[in-house]
Design a binder for this molecule. Structure first.
Ligand SMILES: Cc1ncc(COP(=O)(O)O)c(C=O)c1O
Length: 397
């Protein structure tokens, strides 16, 4: 059965993670993998999650199946929080959702839905984008293309270039995959006014937004990080959303997320809801419940919600503080362009103007682990070693 299998290289991020793990140098800094770490380098379980988990364990009376669209209370509560309860999409019954195995599961269900609904559509992703977007979406057999997004010379979003490219190359009915906030890998987000323009542009050109919301709450704040999603939902008649609770609830391994569709009318909404269930059924039958039950407990218990909000604020402020320190360190060494970019970006990631050779030099000569693309996870550093990151980067440039 396995005769024709040939060796494959490790996934690049896993390879760098393993290389870092086996590096004996005590001063090593891991800026590779995209998980939040505290100032001691730990990815701890949130107190709100621990407390909610305890209550869930006490209350749980069965482990029986929940269903192909998973925990609908979880989806409803988190969606009403993001969009606000009085949003007409709820009153008009224009939104449906399914719980998924993390944000990746949500993206896969979304891609499968596009393949059924618009098999000829091309899905457009930003250049660059999360390393798994293209393998994940293209694996359902959809055509994919890329639009310009991040300019590695100015270290900023090239918004005019993005719109100009899409207006010339994308066809009505195509799907535009967008990062809702905290763009991975660059940290460079659209401003509110750019989202306003983009929403109108998409609607006028009959392009459909597919929003990947993997880091909401870790950029500027919960409301600010979902501005773009709400704006396109207000303007465009149909929107797909893939969301993850891996990062903002630190539930990485519990695989917690959801996919949602905003549809033109109630009838279509019902059809898409059934399709979500059918797609999940053929992929994994039903999503894992544990993480969704925890998040739902947090959303339905005021005290737990307050604890979680505080913990989320703490994570976000730590990232912002590290950004500030890193930016100051670059500035004090004369690299004001990098300093300005870093302070204006959001979330855990930034993309430094480095090539693969320079990234390798940082790993081998300075024990600083980052992706070959120049992507760094700022949360992997701490207040004591952040200055060394700037010093080392400027030595290899
Ligand atoms: C942009 C983006 N989308 C989706 C995901 C998927 O997250 P999950 O771990 O919940 O599958 C990630 C995870 O790194 C991500 O960076």
């Amino acid at each position: 059965m396995f005769e024709n299998v040939t060796p494959r290289p490790d996934d690049p991020i896993m390879a760098i993670m393993n290389q870092c793990k086996s590096d004996p140098r005590p001063h090593k800094i891991d800026l590779g993998v995209g998980v939040y770490k505290d100032d001691n380098g730990h990815t701890t379980i949130l107190n709100s999650v621990k407390l909610a988990e305890k209550i869930c364990n006490q209350e749980e009376t069965t482990k029986s199946y929940i269903g192909t669209i998973g925990n609908q209370d979880f989806c409803k509560n988190i969606l009403q929080f993001i969009f606000e309860k009085d949003n007409p999409i709820f009153q008009e019954d224009r939104i449906c959702s399914a719980q998924s195995a993390g944000g990746s599961g949500a993206l896969r269900i979304g891609a499968e839905l596009i393949k059924i609904a618009s098999p000829e559509a091309t899905v457009w992703t930003s250049t660059p984008t999360w390393a798994n977007h293209i393998p994940l979406v293209s694996s359902v057999g959809l055509k994919m293309k890329q639009y310009p997004y991040y300019n590695k010379s100015t270290l900023q979003v090239d918004f005019e270039e993005m719109l100009s490219h899409l207006s010339k190359k994308a066809k009505p009915g195509d799907i535009i995959l967008l990062h809702g906030c905290c763009h991975n890998p660059t940290g460079a987000d659209l401003s509110d006014s750019q989202w306003d323009r983009l929403a109108i542009f998409l609607n006028e050109n009959e392009l459909y937004p597919f929003i990947d919301l993997a880091y909401f709450g870790l950029g500027k704040g919960m409301k600010e990080d979902t501005y773009g999603l709400r704006k396109v939902t207000q303007i465009c008649p149909e929107v797909l959303l893939a969301a993850s609770c891996s990062k903002n609830f630190a539930l990485y391994r519990d695989r917690t997320g959801f996919v949602a569709a905003i549809c033109k009318d109630q009838e279509k909404t019902q059809m898409i809801k059934v399709l979500f269930g059918a797609i999940q059924r053929k992929l994994i039958s039903m999503p894992p419940d544990h993480g969704a039950a925890i998040v739902n407990k947090i959303f339905t218990d005021h005290k737990l919600f307050d604890v979680w909000e505080m913990e989320l604020n703490e994570m976000r402020n730590r990232i912002k503080n590290l950004r500030l320190k890193l930016s100051e360190a670059f500035n004090s060494q004369g690299a004001s362009n990098i300093a300005n970019a870093i302070i204006n970006q959001n979330g855990m990631f930034s993309m430094l103007p480095l090539n693969a050779q320079q990234a390798e030099s940082l790993r081998s000569n300075h024990a600083i682990y980052l992706m070959n693309s120049g992507r760094i996870n700022i949360a992997g550093a701490n207040t004591k070693n952040i200055n060394r990151v700037a010093e080392a980067v400027l030595k290899v440039i």
